[in-house]
Design a protein around this ligand. Structure first.
Ligand SMILES: Nc1ncnc2c1ncn2[C@@H]1O[C@H](COP(=O)(O)OP(=O)(O)OP(=O)(O)O)[C@@H](O)[C@H]1O
Ligand SMILES: [Mg+2]
Length: 276
């Protein structure tokens, strides 16, 4: 019942982007993929969703996904891309219903409204997508994905959410709401694979973490195993410190701040995360 990617290699425009990535995710867990910009996170997700050519093998619950027909994949996993552009004047409800066209289920209209409600957009059914804020659009897309694989476990096994930065454009309250929703999907037996930039939310919500760096897996395991000072500072190229809050017990990360008295790095116009 596992998602296992073995030795995934991808080249884009003749340049190698993924150099033999091994990745594993279990249903019942939230698995976060983290790593710097350009490290290959989206490319890995696009390989796992059969969106670009790769070598290696990706097995979903024992089956090679390259051999699964599209209609069966659509019933077992739903995909939230990093960016979704909609060219036509669809309403929020119509966007959510697009997910249901990929995989039919009972009571589609009611479920679509429920999906909007779950992402905090009750009453938005008739609103035009183009007239929504960036965060609202992002949550409509999440509702579309949810509506596609509504029940975390189906007759043919666990279902999966593959999400590329699901909380990137959300405020802190909606970030927590969406992460709670994903944790709940996993707790009810579904699989969640989410690309994340927020390492603090990753520390709180992820059961497993894969850290990509320059097209390779730099570390993979529990948050405690992966989110360490040395591993993160090495991958992101800036000094980071992992801390423990006593009550309630939680892990959190802080960047090292300016170290020159009277002259912060910020004031100098550079970033502590960008090597000079
Ligand atoms: N079509 C393409 N042709 C050539 N190179 C590409 C193409 N698409 C992506 N790349 C390169 O592949 C690398 C990995 O890109 P990818 O989108 O997977 O990064 P990412 O880890 O998702 O980054 P981000 O955090 O910025 O979303 C980057 O260096 C990018 O410039
Ligand atoms: Mg990306």
């Amino acid at each position: 019942m596992t998602l296992i990617a073995t030795d995934i290699r991808v080249s884009l425009s003749d340049a190698p982007v993924l150099h033999g990535v091994g990745f594993r995710a279990e249903p019942g867990e939230v698995t976060a993929i983290v790593g710097p910009n350009g490290s290959g996170k989206t490319t890995l997700l696009r390989a796992m969703t059969q969106d670009l050519p790769y070598t290696g093998q990706i097995r979903l619950d024992g089956e090679d996904i390259a051999r699964l027909p599209g209609w069966r994949l659509a019933g077992r996993r739903a995909v939230l891309p990093q960016a979704s552009r909609i060219a036509f004047p669809f309403t929020a409800l119509e966007i959510v219903r697009l997910g249901q066209m990929a995989a039919a289920g009972p009571a589609p209209e009611r479920r679509a409204s429920e999906a909007l409600e779950r992402v905090g957009l009750a009453g938005f059914e008739g609103r035009f997508y183009q007239e929504l804020s960036g965060g609202e659009q992002s949550r409509v897309q999440l509702a579309r994905v949810l509506a596609q694989v509504w029940e975390p476990v189906g007759r043919d096994g666990p279902r999966w959410l593959f999400l590329d930065e699901p909380v990137a454009s959300l405020d802190i309250g909606h970030q927590l709401e969406v992460m709670d929703l994903l944790a709940d999907y996993a707790a009810r037996g579904g699989g969640v694979v989410a690309i994340m930039h927020d390492l603090n939310l990753t520390a709180i919500y992820a059961d497993r973490v894969a850290l990509l760096d320059a097209g390779r897996v730099a570390a993979q395991g529990t948050p405690a195993e992966v989110l360490t000072d040395a591993t993160l500072s090495g991958a992101y190229g800036c000094p980071l410190r992992v801390n423990a809050a006593p009550a309630p017990p939680a892990t959190f990360l802080l960047p090292h701040m300016a170290r020159r008295p009277g002259r912060t790095r910020h004031q100098r116009g550079d970033s502590p995360c960008i090597s000079q």
